[in-house]
Design a protein around this ligand. Structure first.
Ligand code: GRF
Length: 190
């Protein structure tokens, strides 16, 4: 099975997933795909010896190049790991139920456009939530609205800062995302 990892930022989730499958002969991380040539994930890809595919907005939204490249690998599963752009409908249609994403909150709360990265944790703290967590879901053409696959939660204390919440949520991401990717891959066979 071949996975393409999409990331726009540091890529810690991408690295966790690549490491998880490193000694699995049946699963290959074929590509790390990014829209940000300055992203930390590129250095991680280099260290992990995974090819990087970079693109700009025009290529992503006005051509079918990325969809064609992924179909020709062929990629079996697209895993978004901190990817900040909406997936073009052509790409979503080419990979039905084969694109998953992780959101650093308990959807449907704290989801949607603009709710990503630190903003999410600030909103959770501002709302005096007593818990937060992660949501792994299928990707469709609207932000964060695909079918939920897995959720895990962590407590939010009244004394927690957004940074404290971010640390707890990221720990959940690193523990759960690789395993959930493996479970989704296994389901693709059946
Ligand atoms: C994580 O918070 C993830 O939930 C969100 O973007 C962040 C990615 O972090 N989608 P990293 O780039 O994997 O370190």
């Amino acid at each position: 099975k071949r996975i393409a990892l999409f990331a726009s930022g540091s890529g810690s989730n991408a690295e966790q997933i690549a490491t998880y499958f490193a000694d699995n002969a049946d699963v290959t991380i074929s590509l790390i795909v990014s829209n940000n040539h300055k992203a930390g994930v590129i250095d991680r890809a280099r260290r992990l010896h995974i090819p990087v595919l970079l693109f700009d907005r025009k290529t992503f939204y006005e051509t079918d190049q990325i969809t064609e490249i992924l179909l020709n690998q062929p990629i079996d599963l697209i895993v978004l790991a901190g990817f900040m752009w909406l997936m073009p409908s052509k790409l979503v249609q080419a990979f039905p139920d084969k694109i998953i994403n992780i959101h650093p909150a308990l959807l449907p709360k704290f989801g949607g456009k603009g709710m990503y990265g630190h903003f999410v944790h600030e909103a959770v703290v501002a709302a005096n939530e007593t818990e937060s967590g992660i949501t792994i879901h299928y990707v469709n053409e609207r932000y964060d609205e695909g079918q939920i696959i897995f959720q895990a939660s962590c407590p939010v204390l009244p004394t927690d800062t957004p940074e404290d919440v971010a640390k707890k949520v990221q720990a959940l991401e690193h523990v759960h995302y690789p395993r959930v990717v493996a479970e989704v891959l296994a389901k693709l066979d059946s």
